[in-house]
Design a protein around this ligand. Sequence first.
Ligand code: UDP
Length: 324
Amino acid sequence: MRDTWLVSGGAGYIGAHVVRSLQAAGADAVVIDDLSTGDIGRVQVPFVEGDIADWRLVADTMRQYRITGVVHLAADKQVEESMREPLTYYRRNVVNLMQLLTAMAHAEVGRLVFSSSAAVYGMVDSPLVGEDHPTRPINPYGETKLIGEWLIRDQARATGLRFAALRYFNVAGTASPELADLGRTNLIPMVFDALDRGDQPVIFGGQHPTPDGTCVRDFIHVQDLADAHVAAIAALDEPGASHVFNVGCGRGYSVREVIEMVAEVSGRSIEPRVGAARPGDPAMVVADTARISRTLGWHPRHDLREMVRSAWHAQPRQVSASRG
Ligand code: UDP
């Protein structure tokens, strides 16, 4: 029998890519999404519009579609917003996860892939951050993701639930234009927006303890990230499977290097302005990816150029502007 995965948040940027990867791997998918940030246009599989908080709806959906596992991505993900509205983040990222686990227990669904985040680490004190690095999140977003991992781990110990928590690093790019990131709060879309307005992008801080003084991040193509979910699912065949994996490229790029890549790909000349550092921004966060490559045999296949290129060409206005 084919597996059928319930993808919560499957109308979102990452979720829609995960659905495609599942299908490419021969599995079926059903999407549940409240469309708070998701786009129904991305969904081409059975779809339930609803809130994960409604565990009876979720359990009924699981029974109706004979769901064999859940990929849980439905969550809020903006760091600054989480600092302004912690209750929203605890409710949507923690309470709703409890509701999802309740539904899974009722419907006897025993496999879960959870979207966690590099934000669980907080300030990082080594050039590469491995999964055993201390987790000291510095904002409610990161806290809710870490609490989510704990909740799942405890439920797994109690019930035999099999899980993989994937700690995403900085996700970018798109597999096709219709699945592009519509959010405007991350570095690459913010650089595009500045160019669109005829402005120069702003670098948040030029005095960080990094080679060029700007923050360093590990960028991962959304297609590679989606494929990591499929690889993680394969590891859930083992009874007692309980995994935590970093999902990044294992290579850092500075904010200045990313902006230079945008200039190269777009053909625009860019002279970024260096502004004030953003409070709470860690200087350097780069994944140690040894565990996921060793355990799952997963390796990223797309580089930063492809991330920037695919994201840039998914923006119709900018494509025509760059040609004009
Ligand atoms: N950043 C920047 N200018 C911008 C947007 C982001 O300098 O207009 C920097 C930000 O300070 C961080 C990096 O780019 O060092 C990545 O930021 P993003 O918000 O995309 O992800 P984060 O790593 O904070 O989760």
